[in-house]
Write a protein that binds this ligand. Structure first.
Ligand code: ATP
Length: 349
């Protein structure tokens, strides 16, 4: 076998495809560094998101490709840079993702909070905007009730910081209940302020918790900025699915890309046995029908409800639990979808 060189390792890496983007790591510009010392090789691969769902597979493929050319010791290091579209939706913000549901109570806010924190735990810079003007729940989920937002010297609202993410909720601006009377133009103005007059800083992902249904906030958002996409949260019951399909149609009407479906309260798990309380497979079928990704199913669990009520979401309070793992998996799948869709649909920076 010939002497190992950086050029040979690079050639070998040309045979490794990103499993989601179906292109090799070298053409994708993901190989940041190669160091060769005799038969020892160290490589650094820059992923398209720190929450990459296929990191282990990529590592295995890289090891096998470099092993084939004679390396005896292989180190694979990962970095990540979230790819941004050429025109950012807002200065400093790479992706805006709206979390929607057709009806209330399916756990949209719970999912949004846990997803946002999961992405931050993986190393991404994340903001969460509670745009559920009529029934904001993020202040309770994050235990920030009673805290008031500060304004900086440029008169921009400064998000609260909790569990590694930046958080803006109407609940930290006006007393509870007061927003209920807001109508069209004021609502539009508020959403605009939330997007444009907040010191968000640099973010990989801004997650937006939408109000349930298909109303004014959704419309305002699509008029005010370019979303990378929307995620639909549903439960397995038929009726929730029919509502969810309406939310899906709404995204289509305002030309927002659909990133996928998350099914919440999918099953109850006890002693390793799963009971599908509300039926099985609805969310997955819906994703198939709409030709979008099924991002994951979240079990119904006391810890999820308690975490939301106590201001310590389950992903923080019980990170090793199966339900936290389910949120983490859904967050990785979402990040993966964003990488794929950015790559396929948008001109890259
Ligand atoms: N997987 C789950 N397991 C147990 N409880 C859950 C789960 N998901 C959500 N819940 C609970 O269900 C209730 C409703 O959740 P949440 O407020 O997130 O719903 P929502 O769809 O955002 O509702 P709305 O839009 O009406 O505010 C909360 O008490 C929450 O803790």
């Amino acid at each position: 076998m010939s002497v190992l060189t950086e050029a040979l390792v690079l050639e070998a890496l040309k045979t490794v495809n990103d499993p989601e983007l179906h292109k090799d790591l070298v053409s994708l510009g993901m190989v940041e560094k190669i160091v060769v010392e005799g038969t020892r090789v160290a490589v650094k691969i820059n992923l398209t998101t720190p929450a990459c769902p296929l990191k282990e597979q990529i590592e295995g493929d890289v090891r096998s490709a470099i092993g084939k050319i004679g390396a005896t010791e292989i180190e694979v290091h990962f970095g990540a840079q979230v790819r941004a579209p050429q025109n950012l939706p807002l200065p400093g913000i790479k992706h805006i993702v709206a979390i929607a549901s057709g009806k209330g109570g399916v756990g949209k806010s719970t999912v949004a909070a846990n997803l946002a924190i999961a992405l931050a735990q993986e190393g991404a810079r994340v903001g969460l905007l509670d745009a559920d003007i009529y029934g904001p729940s993020q202040a309770q989920m994050f235990g920030t009730q009673g805290e008031k937002l500060r304004v900086d010297e440029q008169k921009r609202m400064v998000p609260l910081e909790r569990y590694g993410i930046k958080l803006i909720s109407i609940a930290n601006i006006v007393p509870p209940g007061q927003a209920m009377v807001w109508r069209g133009p004021i609502l539009h103005g508020t959403i605009k302020q939330f997007l444009q007059e907040v010191a968000w800083g640099d973010l990989d992902y801004l997650i937006i918790d939408l109000p349930p249904g298909t109303g004014d906030v959704q419309l305002s958002l699509s008029q005010l900025t370019r979303l990378s996409g929307g995620v639909i949260v549903t439960t397995p019951q038929d009726v929730a699915r029919i509502d969810a399909e309406r939310a899906l149609d709404m995204f289509k009407r305002v030309q927002v890309n659909i990133l996928g479906v998350i099914e919440n309260m999918s099953y109850f798990e006890q002693n390793g046995h799963k009971t599908h309380i509300f039926g099985q497979g609805g969310g997955r079928q819906m994703a198939e029908q709409y030709k979008t990704a099924f991002l994951g199913e979240i079990p119904i669990a006391l810890s999820v409800r308690e975490g939301g009520d106590s201001g310590v979401p389950v992903i923080v309070g019980a990170p090793q639990s199966p339900e936290a793992e389910a949120f983490r998996q859904a967050a990785r799948n979402l990040a993966g979808q964003l990488s794929v869709q950015s790559y396929l649909l948008l001109p890259m920076a």
